[in-house]
Design a protein around this ligand. Structure first.
Ligand SMILES: [Zn+2]
Length: 92
């Protein structure tokens, strides 16, 4: 460890994947979007192997900001949550 927390490289743990995908919905920042060509933005979906495009266009990304996997470090929150994660016991 260098002490520098920059990017978080895939592969990710199931818990990190869950947090990254929740960040995409509720992290208080603009989500990561696909770099491929689409008529509108496609929010990337985290998998244990990295981000993938929900339209399966082939775009992938293998890093995230470290804080994206740590909900307690998310920027709070400039807009209300649009949807609560279903059935999860995570504290706010
Ligand atoms: Zn795409």
């Amino acid at each position: 460890m260098t002490g520098e927390r920059a990017s978080l490289r895939a592969p990710w743990s199931p818990e990190q994947v869950e947090n990254l995908n929740e960040f995409q919905r509720a992290g208080g920042m603009h989500p990561f979007t696909c770099g491929g060509e689409h008529e509108s933005h496609r929010d990337l979906v985290a998998t244990e192997g990295g981000w993938v495009c929900p339209d399966a266009c082939g775009y992938t990304q293998d890093w995230a900001h470290w804080f994206m996997a740590e909900p307690e470090k998310w920027p709070r929150l400039r807009f209300p949550r649009r949807e609560a994660p279903a059935g999860e016991g995570r504290s706010e």
